[in-house]
Design a protein around this ligand. Structure first.
Ligand code: ADP
Length: 309
C-alpha cells in the first residue's frame, strides 16, 4: 500500500507564486523517503498540504488511502508532523506538552504518560521532563517535537528539516532513533537540504525544484547517476602544483602539499587513477571519500532541468 499518494498537486499562493506545479509523488508504506530541495523549492508547502495546514489549489492527496478532502480525520490520525517552526506553548513543561498532545487524540492519561516516558527516554530528554519547554536548547526542542508527533503512534512520521539546529553529536543520535523507528514499521518522510542526511537515512528520494519534481527514484540509482567520483588523498610525500601531471578524465587539485583532491570521470576506475598518479611519483598514504557527491548530482539535475525548460 502507498503511505502517501499525490496526484497533480498544485498550489498557487494568493500572491501568485506557484509553489507546487502538478506534483505527482508516491511514498510506499514502510519507506524512508527524502524530499530534497533547496530553500524555496516547495517542500514545506507540500508537507503543509499533506497535513492540511495549507489549502491546495487543485489535485489529490491520499494518506494510507484516506483522501485528505473526504476523509480528513482518518488521514490525520495516520500521520505525525514535525514542522520546521517551533509551535508549542513555551511555558509548559516537556511532559505536559506530550501528555496534552495525546489528549487531542483521546488517549487515556495512563497510556499517554507511558508513551511520553518511552519517547523521552529514547530521545534523551527524560531528565528534562519537568523543564519549561522554553528553557530547552534548540536541538532539544526539535527532539521534543519528534516525541510529540509520535504520541498517537502514527503510521507515517513527516519531518520538515528534522535536524536543523541539532548539533552533530545529537544529530547522529536522532538519525539512529529515526532508523530504528523506521525498522519497526513507521513510514518516514523527511524534507532536507542536507544531502548527506538523505543519503544516510533514506531508501527513496524525490528532488524538487521550483515546485517541480525533477527526479523520483531510489537513493541507490540516484547515486549511480553521479557523473564523477571524488576522493581526497593523503600523500606519502609533498607535491607541488608544478609536478602534478595532466591526466585525461582526471582533475587534480592540491589542498595543501600533502593533500590532493581528485575528481575523475566514472569511466575510470580508482585503480587506474592510482596507477597513473604513481607513474608520476605521486603515491597515496590514505584516501577519503568526499562527502558532496549528492550535492553535485543535485546541482547537475537542476541545471539540466533549467536548460530543458
Ligand atoms: P521550501 O520548504 O522548499 O523552502 P516553501 O514551500 O516554503 O519551500 O516555498 C515555496 C515557494 O512558495 C517559495 O517561493 C516561497 O516564497 C513561496 N511561499 C511559501 N509560503 C508562502 C505564503 N504563505 N505566501 C506566499 N508565498 C509563499
Amino acid at each position: 500500500m502507498n503511505a502517501l499518494t499525490i496526484e497533480k498537486l498544485q498550489k498557487i499562493y494568493s500572491n501568485g507564486v506557484e509553489a507546487l506545479c502538478a506534483v505527482d509523488l508516491r511514498v510506499e508504506e514502510g519507506d524512508f523517503f527524502a524530499l530534497l530541495g533547496q530553500n524555496g523549492a516547495g517542500k514545506s508547502t507540500l508537507i503543509g498540504v499533506v497535513s492540511s495546514l495549507v489549502n491546495k489549489t487543485s489535485g489529490k492527496v491520499k494518506v494510507f488511502n484516506h483522501d485528505i478532502d473526504n476523509n480528513a480525520i482518518a488521514a490525520k490520525s495516520c500521520m505525525g508532523l514535525v514542522p520546521q517552526e517551533l509551535n508549542f506553548y513555551p511555558f509548559e513543561t516537556v511532559l505536559n506538552i506530550l501528555v496534552y498532545q495525546a489528549g487531542y487524540y483521546g488517549l487515556p492519561r495512563k497510556i499517554a504518560l507511558d508513551r511520553a516516558e518511552k519517547y523521552l527516554h529514547l530521545l534523551g530528554l527524560w531528565h528534562k521532563r519537568n523543564e519549561i519547554s522554553r528553557n530547552l536548547s534548540g536541538g532539544m526542542k526539535r527532539r521534543m517535537m519528534i516525541a510529540r508527533a509520535l504520541m498517537h503512534q502514527p503510521r507515517m512520521l513527516i519531518l520538515d528539516e528534522p535536524t536543523a539546529g541539532i548539533d552533530i553529536e545529537l544529530r547522529r543520535a536522532t538519525y539512529d532513533f529515526l532508523l530504528e523507528l523506521n525498522r519497526n514499521g513507521t513510514t518516514i518522510l523527511l524534507t532536507t537540504h542536507y544531502l548527506e542526511e538523505a543519503e544516510l537515512l533514506c531508501r527513496n528520494v524525490a528532488i524538487i525544484d521550483k515546485g517541480v519534481i525533477l527526479e523520483h527514484t531510489s537513493m541507490k540509482s540516484l547515486l549511480k547517476q553521479l557523473p564523477h567520483e571524488h576522493v581526497v588523498l593523503d600523500l606519502q610525500s609533498a607535491a607541488t602544483v608544478e609536478n602534478l601531471p595532466q591526466l585525461e578524465h582526471v582533475k587534480l587539485e592540491l589542498i595543501d602539499s600533502l593533500t590532493l583532491d581528485v575528481t575523475f570521470d566514472k569511466k575510470m576506475t580508482l585503480n587506474s587513477v592510482f596507477d597513473a598518479l604513481s607513474q608520476h611519483g605521486i603515491n597515496a598514504r590514505s584516501m577519503r571519500n568526499k562527502t558532496n557527491r549528492l550535492e553535485e548530482l543535485f546541482l547537475t539535475r537542476i541545471s539540466q532541468h533549467a536548460q530543458a525548460r
